[in-house]
Design a protein around this ligand. Structure first.
Ligand SMILES: [Zn+2]
Length: 88
């Protein structure tokens, strides 16, 4: 169980295929900004690590606060954000 790692480029490509009306530039900007915050150690208001992909859309929050679910097993997360967590 855990997040499925995905690169930013691949995620953007997948996301735009299912959401063709969204702006790639904005999406990329929001993803990088959430990733930077994650690297800086920004936490969700509940104290958990932020979920970069969800935070790109909903603001910096963890998976549970964004989705209302405590379990994840097939949800994507940016690979660079996951590596950071493994180094702890
Ligand atoms: Zn939270």
């Amino acid at each position: 169980m855990g997040f499925v790692p995905i690169s930013i480029d691949k995620y953007i490509k997948n996301h735009l295929e299912s959401n063709p009306s969204e702006n790639e530039k904005d999406l990329r900007k929001h993803l990088y900004s959430a990733l930077e915050d994650s690297k800086k150690g920004v936490k969700c208001s509940c104290g958990n690590d932020i979920w970069v992909i969800g935070s790109a859309f909903a603001g910096n929050s963890c998976f549970t606060c964004i989705t209302g679910e405590s379990q994840f097993d097939s949800d994507y997360e940016i690979d660079l954000a996951i590596k950071k967590n493994d180094n702890k």
